[in-house]
Every structure is written in C-alpha cells, then in structure tokens.
Design a protein around this ligand. Sequence first.
Ligand SMILES: [Zn+2]
Length: 390
Amino acid sequence: MTTPESRMRVANRTQVLDLLGRSAPVSRAELARRTGLSRSTVSSIVQELLAAEQIVETTDAAVPRSGGRPPSLLTLSGAPGTLVGVDIGHRHVRVAVADLAAKPLAEHEIRLDADNSPVETIDRAAAMVRECLAEAGIDPKRDRVLGVGMGIPGPVDPHSAVVASPILANWIGLAPGEELASRLSLPVRVENDANLGALAEATYGAARDVEDVIYVKASSGIGAGLVLDGKLHRGITGIAGEIGHVRFEDNGPICRCGNRGCLEKAFGGTRLVELLQPAYEETLSVERLLELAQEGDIRVNRILDDAGRAVGRVLADLCNHLNPALIVVGDTMRHSESFVLGIKDSIDRFTQPDTAAALDVVPSELGDNAGVMGALVIADSASAAQPGTI
Ligand SMILES: [Zn+2]
C-alpha cells in the first residue's frame, strides 16, 4: 500500500517540474531561489524525480573549472508532461487534461447516472479522456502523459482499490482504476470523490494555508474528506469521513448503507427535495432548490438552515475529536448561505469553545472543479501506485 503523500509535497514537486518545463537547464540552487523552497526540500524532490527518471542531471561544461566540481544542472528527461483528471459523480462525469501546474488544456462533462451503470460510466469516461487528449493535441504514444487520477462517489478500499461498500452498491467488486487503466493503457489512481475535494482545496483552494481541514461534500448525498496534518486520512477500509452515514435518528428509515437513521437519509439533498415537493407545483431537484434559495424562497431556506444545523451537529463532534482549522463546504450546497451558516451555528454551539474559536467554516473556492482538480493532484503519482492499491 502506498502512503498518501503530503499535499504540500505534491504542490512543491509540481512547482519544481513546472519550472523545469519552462526553463533551460537549472541548478539546484537556482531551483530553490526561483521556487522559494528550501534547499533541502528541493534536494529531496530532485532525488525523487531522478529516481523516477522524470529528470536528468548533467554537468555545466560552459562554466570553467577552477578547482571545484562544475555545477550540475537539471532538465526534464522528456516533454514536461500532461495530467488527466476524471471526476465521476452520482449524476455526471467530468474529465480534464491539464499541464503540470493543473492548468486545464481541455475539459469535457456529461450528465449520466453513474450509480446504476458502472461499466457504461467507465467506458464513457475512457472515451472522454481520449477526446480531451486529442483536443489538447496530446498523443499518449508520442507525448508524456504522467497518469490519470480518478474520483468515484463512494468509498474505495485502500488496500485492494476495489469498491466494497454498499454505499455504492452497483459498483461492489469492481476495481474502477484497473478498469479505466485497461481501456486507456495509462496508469490510473482511484480515490473517493470527497477525499479528492479535500485534497484539491488543500492544494489549490480555500485550505491551501492550513494543515487540518474537513471538506464537506453536500448535494444529493453528504460525505466528507479529511486532510489531517497535511495528509489525506482514509482509514483502514477507506470509509473515514463518511459523515452522511453517522446515525442521526435512533428509529429513522433504513439507509442504502444498511444502517438506519443516517444523517444523509434525514437531510441529504434527495430528502430535502422530498420534503419540499408537496408545497410546489413544479418538479423540484437539488439544483432547483439552490436556485430558489438564492431567490430568497423562505420555505427552501428554512429547510436548508435545518439541514446545515443537522450536518453541523455531526461535524461538531468530529471537530471536537480532530480540532481542524477549517471546514470547507463543497458541491451544490456551497451555494446556500443558510446551509453554510447553519453548519457554523451548530459548530459554535456544540464544539468546545477553544475548538470553535480556532475553526472557520467557508464555502469551497474550487466549486464544481474540486473533484477534477483533486484527481489532477493524484494523477502524477498514478504510475507510482502499485497495482491493486490506491
Ligand atoms: Zn447510511
């Protein structure tokens, strides 16, 4: 099993590779000066990149020798390289091909019921990757594609990279990374989508300056990703952060996960639509609820406030345990001020005062791109992941 890398380390390595991709051969000292990283950090990243044969070292013959060794210079061993991110949600597939600084070169998105059609979803995702690569002018046979990061809307076992949880029942037994890799002949690393949201916000978004963050992914369902001490925390079976399946009502309805009274069953977006539908003539959806909320609809905002408070109540206990610096609210519910403020109110009320004082609750900065950006964060380590692990 591979150890999750510090998002800081990923960001630093990306910075070094990006500079090497844009510059003539440079020395270690020059890399440190131009990236602002410490010499020891640069040295350690360079060692790793040399070992992976992503860069090569040459001596600078142009500098006259005056007794000492000529300085060694570093260059990329090939073209700078491309990353591929695949974000599979309950209702969509989004693909981005990007450079090493995660700047998109091509992006595609389709609407699709991923929960009920895993094989079709992976087929479509593979086709979209090929289309995006072609659109970006990248030929994987000729150009360097470092790897593919892939997010799916359920837990993945970190040891086997297989879906084993009834939370994504139709995907049980499937190894989505292997499936996509066999279709693309590229290395693929797979991860839970809320975890990718957390990594993305911690690397490029609202949490880039903090080490401990809870990313809440709230839309039709509710989940969370945890970055603790700068590293993604998955837990032994990949279930860490599944706050939607924390018991909220003792005698509540049976949930898809097999328990009853789960938070998601009581306050997930799907349930909120059911609660509100009888009061409306039009057919509601989670997206429509958020539009109505922004138009100032009192009934919708009341329900979103209740939902935020309920999610915040569960998060409050988690915050007492983990003492994070930030909660980032992502996915569609980030658009609801009532929902975000509801979470904040519960945190202030139910966490230890010191915990609450040190904690901010903010909407996602990366918005709908969080999943695919997180997939890009793990893409460049896809080839380092051992087969059968994530
Ligand atoms: Zn459940």
